[in-house]
Design a protein around this ligand. Structure first.
Ligand SMILES: Cc1cc2nc3c(=O)[nH]c(=O)nc-3n(C[C@H](O)[C@H](O)[C@H](O)COP(=O)(O)OP(=O)(O)OC[C@H]3O[C@@H](n4cnc5c(N)ncnc54)[C@H](O)[C@@H]3O)c2cc1C
Length: 230
């Protein structure tokens, strides 16, 4: 019953959710996989309708196909562990022993929840290509949670460095610029603590498309490739 479509796209037809991948329901991953496919694709379709290069749509397959392939592999393994067989029971006992240890437990939780997903957006800060944590920010309008900034499904450039040297005027119609402060620890699921970034560009699906180190190096390219030419 484990199947995955090879291409997720044929011309104007896209596959998402169970039409793209079906698997044994162990781990309860099917629904969130499908919702994340749709969220990954939805904002890209909207961008292309509004003028971003059509090549943006290729990133749907690039990002989502490996995620489902890994979930399928994991559910196949879980399916094996449920077979009524003495040898499999011995394997279950071994896996159970490992699963109570901190590191394997963190890894398994990251895998099943999808919180460890890392889209390959190139080298750089560990946040790049990962889901932005839902931090408690302090803004000029008062306290805000990061995810509330995404309610309008518009990208957000979060400037955390306290300097006004990030200029996105040519993209101001599409990208929200938010000056904010965050004083806590930057911690990512599975990875743990990471260096605090000076700025982050967050896609409408909550994934980080660019990380600033105090300069705007690479920002223009990231804005252009994800959100179109100025
Ligand atoms: C027994 C079981 C237990 C599960 N447990 C979990 C769980 O605990 N957690 C979890 O995350 N996932 C679980 N899943 C998986 C989850 O249900 C699916 O991954 C999820 O429902 C897929 O959503 P979808 O929208 O892609 O497809 P579907 O939910 O299948 O929705 C497709 C819809 O399209 C409709 N449709 C089909 N053809 C047409 C047509 N020609 N025209 C119009 N409409 C059409 C169908 O009627 C259906 O309503 C389980 C699945 C099963 C079978």
């Amino acid at each position: 019953m484990t199947r995955q479509a090879a291409p997720y796209r044929a011309g104007r037809v896209f596959l998402a959710g169970d039409s793209a991948h079906v698997h044994y329901p162990a781990g309860g991953q099917g629904l969130s996989l499908g919702v994340q496919d749709a969220v990954n694709l939805g904002w890209k379709l909207a961008q292309v309708v509004h003028g971003t290069s059509v090549t943006l749509l290729d990133t749907y397959q690039d990002e989502r196909h490996p995620v489902a392939a890994r979930a399928l592999q994991h559910t196949m393994a879980q399916g094996v562990l449920q077979r009524p067989d003495e040898r499999i029971k011995a394997l279950v006992d071994m896996v159970s022993e490992l699963a109570v240890m901190d590191e394997p437990r963190k890894r398994l939780a990251g895998l099943i929840s999808g919180l460890d997903i890392h889209y390959d957006l190139g080298e750089g800060h560990p946040l790049l290509g990962r889901r932005m944590p839902d931090l408690d920010l302090v803004t000029s309008d008062g306290p805000r949670r990061v995810f509330t900034l995404l309610h309008d499904a518009k990208p957000v450039l979060l400037n955390l460095a306290g300097s006004g040297d990030i200029d996105i005027t040519p993209w101001a119609d599409r990208v929200q610029l938010m000056e904010a402060e965050y004083v806590g620890l930057w911690e990512l699921p599975v990875l743990g603590a990471v260096t605090a970034p000076a700025a982050v560009l967050i896609r409408p699906d909550g994934y980080v498309a660019w990380v600033g180190d105090g300069t705007d190096t690479g920002l223009r390219d990231a804005l252009t490739s994800w959100f179109g030419t100025p």
